[in-house]
Design a protein around this ligand. Sequence first.
Ligand code: ATP
Ligand code: MG
Length: 316
Amino acid sequence: SDILDHPLTEAPTIPGWKKIAAGKVREIFIPENAAGIKSADKLLLVATDRISAYDFVLDTPIPGKGAVLTQLSRWWFDQLSGVVATHNLDEDVPTEVAGRAMVTRRLEMYPVECVARGYLTGSGLTEYEDHGSVCGIPLPPGLVEASKLSEPIFTPAIKAELGEHDENVSADRIAQLHGRAVAKNLTDLTLLIYRKAAEIAAERGIILADTKFEFGAEPGMAVRGENVADGAKSFILADEVITPDSSRFWPADKWVEGKVTPSFDKQFVRDWLTSPASGWDRRGETKPPALPAEVVARTSERYLEAYRILTGKSLV
Ligand code: ATP
Ligand code: MG
């Protein structure tokens, strides 16, 4: 299929739209006639096939990855439609980016990475080992890598300076920065959506170990202070949702408390990059080398598999 035969490293020109930003993986377009992002009513979010590992964007694209990120997000937005308002406008996308793009409402974003964790790993585990708590939430002693938490926790982060890692903060800090109503709504929605999604994933043999959401408000409806007039306009689920790039998916049958569970998607990439075969030094300054065809093929298959397992449908 076209999606697999022509991996995309950079979004093409798209008639009617202009590019205003590019992240590590995705590129953002606004309608051509909009003066700037603040005057745009909608966005076109395009997922390329770029992959990042160890904070580098690799030179080698992964066929099918962008399509999986987009189609999986769309599928989750459908699953969550009764749970929270979402930014998905469910419109057809330009043929140039068919299958890999989504038209969304343009929102005023709350600058908070809303992370939910049901299991302890990564930066959450590091913080627990140092402080016995994560983002100000005390946890019982004796937890280890991949321990299941008795209840999922809200562990927000705020964007650090360019080039720095996001900073984990407490929900109280979010309240100081953005008001109590914002902190409470982001907390409650994040945990509500996480629980629902984790249940759906569990039915399919996947552990949703953790995931990150971003929320926005209709222009002019962003909340500050104590009161929320209309939640459905002030707290809207945005960005990508519950994809391998925003979440840790673990195969339930591979999970062992105390052991690092290989991430579903990037396992082969990370294994190869850190093996002698790559000749790359993770602690050095140089960027990683191009990936061999076999690593690309296996990684591509993993993304497609994640989509198949979760949605029950084949992408191509
Ligand atoms: P990274 O590659 O590290 O994720 P990034 O976050 O800058 O970098 P993207 O995730 O590709 O790059 O960019 C998506 C941007 O669009 C984010 O800043 C996100 O907050 C924003 N965004 C997502 N949905 C909406 C929306 N509906 N309205 C306005 N902004 C949105
Ligand atoms: Mg992002």
